[in-house]
Structure formats: C-alpha cells, structure tokens
Design a protein around this ligand. Structure first.
Ligand SMILES: Cc1cc2nc3c(=O)[nH]c(=O)nc-3n(C[C@H](O)[C@H](O)[C@H](O)COP(=O)(O)O)c2cc1C
Length: 328
C-alpha cells in the first residue's frame, strides 16, 4: 500500500507474523527505469516472504522490473491491475488494464520469461457500474493462459470516474461471491480474496472456499490482529507455544530505529507504522501520543520508548482506577 507498506512497516509486521506474505508499495516501471532503484527495492532480509508489486503496462519494462525483483531477492512479483488513481490512469496502467486483458497477458508472458519468480496479478472484479461476471471471468481466463496462476482479487469494481482512490476502496460494493465463482470456474488457479476483511473469523470463513486472503487496512491500523495468524492459519507449532508479545515487538522496533538512525533515517519514519500496536488496550492512546510527538524527534528512541511505556502504564492505571470507582 502506497506510503504505508514501506520496508519499515514490513519489518514491523514481520515481527508479528512470521508466515504471512508481505507486499511492497506499488513501484512503477518508470521509477525503476529512471529513479533510484536501490531506494525503491532494498529491503531487510527479515522481511521474507515478500513480494514486489509493479505498476506499468509495457511488457519490456515490466520484464525489466521482474528481472530486478529476482536480482534483489524478492519471492514474488505482482502486477497491479487494480489501482484507480488518476495519475495511474494517465500512465494507462493499474485498474484500467482490466479493459486490456490481451495486453496484460503479454505483460505477464514477458515477466515470466524474464524471471523464475512467481508472477501474480492483483485486480478488481469489474470497471464502472457494470456487474458483468463475464468481464472478469474473461480477464482472468486470458491472463491465466499467459501463465499467471495466482490472482489476488479486490472484490469490488473500480469506478474510474468520479471517485477518489479512497472512495474507490469504500463505495463500490463488495461482492465476494464473484471471487467464489471465479474459483469454481478456474479450480486450478490460486484465488486470493481482498477487500474489507479484517478479523480472524472472517478470514477463516473465506478460506473455506478460497485459497488465500489479503488483508490491507485492517492489518495496518490494528497490526496486533495478525498476532494469531501463524498459529491459526499457518499451523506453526512454534507460534502455538510462543505467542508474540507486544513489549518484545516494541523493543525490537526500538532496536530497528537505532540501526536506521545510524543509516540516517529518523526514528519517526519507522515509528509512524507501529502507532496501532497497543490499540484496544488501556493506555494505548497515551502511548501513541508519545511516539507521534514531534517535539521528541531529536531524542534517542530508547528514551522515547521509556516515555511511551510510562505514559501507557499511567493510562492503564487511570483506566483501572476508573473501573474500580463506584461511579466508574
Ligand atoms: C493507503 C493505501 C495505499 C494503497 N496502495 C496500494 C498499492 O500500492 N497497490 C495495491 O495493489 N493496492 C493498494 N491499496 C489497496 C489495498 O491493497 C487493498 O486492495 C484495499 O485497501 C482493499 O483491501 P482492505 O479492505 O483489506 O484494505 C492501497 C490502499 C490504501 C489504504
């Protein structure tokens, strides 16, 4: 997710779930051809398994991106056919590629020829107001013929006119039944559903009929919701014995901040992704306020961590006192 799932965010999420596959922000082929490639592609070894998402529509440029993905050590390369932003539409990629299935097939074929990594596609279930199932079925069928076997389906249409990208993640209705129908029609393909999924019960519900679930905003805003995934969805026996612990995750993030600081990255660039860590527990708001306090930017992250912990424990004590009081 643009501006969200950068390498620091992924480092953080990996401390909470060892097995969930993490995705980069979309990186455009233009950025890889003309920009600072290392800045866009470098990641920490701890992040595996991690997929690079590309945005583009030129088969040769995407092949170049796929080659770079392999050289950098990514585990998967994903093509974005779901982003509705105007900037992306001007570049004629993202969701508008759903109108050009044969071109997407050529892109996938070129990427597959360039790399041994799995090449996957993320897309919507339709464009505009049309609810034609045939449209998305033919899109998937055509792209699958080019060798793509994993489709991550954001289960709403993209309306390319009149809605902002944010509205395009909220207004077009979710239609999970379309993804289930795709699975029925293409049983050999791996179909991963995305959109509006958050808690573990919902995830389990989708996994009864589909191959995977991609969780976006819920995981970002409430990262601890991922803490039970390794045990529940990946059957990791270690996770069943040793559940992750928020204090340990926070301490590991402070260590990460110190290392990043030595490389010139301010700790606030790292901390901003973990502000939801204590969500849902007493004192979380006070803790968050400390980690997002701009006046502390010049301080050592270890000290900020201590202040945040004190604030959280104080908040917890206040909440407990309120519960104990007769009027509480
Ligand atoms: C801030 C933000 C940035 C996003 N950037 C991307 C992106 O770069 N590539 C992409 O495929 N989807 C992107 N998305 C869409 C999400 O991946 C996802 O499809 C959408 O939010 C629906 O899933 P959710 O309800 O689990 O969040 C972004 C979403 C948000 C909120």
């Amino acid at each position: 997710m643009m501006d969200w799932t950068d390498r620091h965010c992924r480092y953080f999420h990996r401390l909470i779930t060892r097995h969930a596959r993490l995705y980069t922000e979309m990186v455009t082929t233009g950025a890889l051809l003309h920009g600072d490639v290392a800045r866009h592609l470098d990641f920490h070894a701890e992040e595996h398994p991690v997929a690079l998402q590309l945005g583009g529509s030129e088969p040769a440029d995407l092949a170049h991106g796929a080659r770079l993905a392999e050289r950098w050590g990514y585990d998967e390369v994903n093509l974005n056919c779901g982003c509705p932003s105007e900037r992306v539409q001007r570049g004629a990629f993202g969701a508008c590629l759903m109108n050009e299935a044969p071109l997407v097939a050529r892109c996938v074929a070129a990427m597959r020829e360039a790399t041994r990594l799995p090449v996957t596609v993320k897309h919507r279930i339709g464009l505009g107001r049309s609810e034609s199932y045939g449209f998305v079925r033919d899109f998937v069928g055509t792209v699958a013929e080019a060798g793509c076997s994993v489709f991550i389906v954001h289960a709403r249409n993209a309306w390319l006119e009149g809605l902002s990208p944010k509205e395009n993640r909220e207004v077009p209705p979710l239609r999970y039944e379309v993804v289930r129908q795709l699975k029925q029609d293409f049983p050999a393909l791996t179909l991963v559903v995305n959109g509006g999924v958050g808690d573990a019960t919902q995830i389990a519900g989708h996994l009864a009929t589909l191959d995977g679930v991609m969780v976006g905003r819920a995981a970002y805003h409430d990262p601890w919701s991922m803490a039970g995934w390794d045990a529940r969805f990946f059957g990791d026996p270690a996770a069943q014995v040793l559940a992750p612990d928020r204090d340990a995750v926070e301490a590991a993030m402070v260590g990460h901040m110190l290392r990043q600081q030595a490389a010139g990255v301010p700790w606030s660039h790292v901390a901003r992704h973990m502000l939801g860590l204590w969500n849902g527990t007493p004192g979380a708001r006070r803790w968050r306020q400390v980690w997002s306090d701009h006046r502390l930017k010049g301080r050592d992250p270890r000290e900020v961590g201590r202040l945040a912990r004190e604030a959280r424990l104080q908040g917890r004590a206040v909440a407990a006192a309120a519960e104990d009081s007769p009027t509480g």
